[in-house]
Design a protein around this ligand. Sequence first.
Ligand code: SF4
Length: 223
Amino acid sequence: MSILSKIREQRSKDVVELLEFSYGNRSWKPRLAPLDELIFTVLSQNTSDLNTYRSYERLTTKYRSWDQVMNASVEEIEIAIRIGGLSKVKAPRIKNILIEIFSRNGELSIDLINKMDVGESIEWLTSIPGVGRKTASCVLLFSFGLAAFPVDTHVLRVSKRLSLIDENISADKAHNLLERLISPEKYYQTHMDMIEHGRTVCIASKPNCKECVLNTICPSASL
Ligand code: SF4
């Protein structure tokens, strides 16, 4: 193992501990049913939490089942989710994801993931057009409680500033690298902690390093 790898391994352990100490212990609880989580995560792409909830609420109020969404026109879906932004991209994506799942399984369910290991589940989900690694990882972590570590914009930024991964690593590649650095039993805790930290302290425009619990171990700390 290289010296840099050893440093990153130790630093990641410290990050996990210090963030948990700072934000408190979080116990996992399922967020949404699997297919609901998948569509919710698609709606959350490049959108604020508030607009994600609004568009999800409007979609699930207008249509009482995913079957109805699958059979609706793209234009109708687009109108329902317009409030969330990027609706012209997300409406056909959602419809096509539902059609793909139905054509594979003969039903609108992704519960077959219960019979797969994490690697198989990631492969199965990401082979659906429109489902990327982050979306697949969110479904596995939040809905199934499986050992997947989603890397969103906050997790990616905080990890790079802490030099847990190289600056030029893409979000897709960061998934495997961070999953190797962090213990699987800490994926949920650390994912949630890094998001909170990225929103409140290590913010994109101006990190508040003076108030940061990680400032003694962060190579990017500006004190
Ligand atoms: S010390 Fe600064 S750059 Fe490093 S994690 Fe904390 S807020 Fe972010």
